[in-house]
Design a protein. Structure first.
Length: 166
């Protein structure tokens, strides 16, 4: 028979924290571990997609600026570039919001799953308060949105001298 783990010292109280194992059987525990891993992977994937969306939008703005500079010098083409840039901005911001809601749903699943595991896992997950983690996530989201809006604004300012040829 396996030796029972010794209680860990709690940093706050100085008292040993008794380990309360999960009440799940082996198969259910394995399923929950797999679900936990999949949800954590989905959160990382969605965050990576947000950064790729932001970078892709900025790259499209650079390409539109190059096209506006070296392309035909007439108003319709420049106006079309600006319309495309506005559409890219709107679509990118919408995608960022979808990815953020997806991450929130996956984090909810992670919370539900972690409630079924041992008290040590819940203690580790609770190390960063949920409110603080949410503030960090939304600061990053607004930074990404602001970057896209700023990039689009700079592109429009850059292309505005070419509008006079209309």
């Amino acid at each position: 028979m396996a030796k029972e783990p010794e209680p860990k010292e709690s940093a706050e109280a100085g008292q040993p924290t008794p380990v309360v194992a999960s009440e799940l059987d082996e198969r259910t525990h394995a399923e929950m571990l797999m679900l936990y891993h999949e949800c954590a992977t989905s959160v990382r994937f969605a965050k990576l997609q947000q950064w790729h969306t932001t970078g892709g939008a900025l790259l499209i703005f650079v390409v539109l600026g190059i096209l506006g500079t070296f392309g035909p010098r007439y108003g319709f083409f420049t106006k079309a570039n600006i319309i495309v840039s506005l559409m890219v901005s709107g679509g990118s911001i919408y995608s960022l919001a979808i990815y953020q809601f997806w991450q929130q749903a996956e984090r909810g699943k992670l919370h539900m799953i972690s409630d079924r595991f041992s008290n040590i896992l819940r203690e580790v997950r609770g190390y960063t308060p949920p409110r603080e983690a949410n503030v960090h996530r939304y600061i990053l989201l607004f930074f990404m949105i602001g970057t896209i809006v700023l990039g689009n604004w700079l592109l429009i300012l850059y292309l505005s001298p070419y509008m006079r040829y209309a």
